[in-house]
Design a protein around this ligand. Sequence first.
Ligand SMILES: [Zn+2]
Length: 192
Amino acid sequence: MTVPDRRGDTHVVLDTYADTGLLVAIDLVNRLVVRPENVETRAVLAEILAVDPPSVHRLAPRHAAGFTTLAGQLRPVLDDLRTGDEDTAATRLNKLLATHPAHPHLAVEHGRWRLHHHPADTALVPMWSAICAEALARFLANGYARRIGACDAPGCGRLFVDTTRNRIRRFCSTACQDRVKTAAARRRHAQP
Ligand SMILES: [Zn+2]
């Protein structure tokens, strides 16, 4: 399925891009490593993990260090994918997957059996380490490695998944895009 975006380009919409583990991995790296925010880590984590309310409920200040370590482990994987070094990314991911294996588990949710990645009582950081590593491994194995991009705006560098058909996305957000556009317009205006 594809939908047009406002530039007239076509966005490729694939389930893989909406993968929770992939999006959480990128958020962790962006918000804890690439552009750390000047707020309590637990608050940042609560926003990142909002996709899974039970995780937010279990989140405690003691988890901050573990998630920061995980973000530090995921960043080089994303950088390898972005620069096309799939071999190194795969080696790193295999190491992470060996340390944090998935634990598929059936549990009743809203009256029906659902397959979960882990039992609900699995320790939070190892569980998300497994979810993120597995998501990135699937992303790589499905041939999407080069769809990891980094924001071109000066001083940003946040990572994103480029879902445009021809991989033309340059910015992490419209805020960065607008900032660069405004600066360019100002430069043009200042020229004699
Ligand atoms: Zn940016």
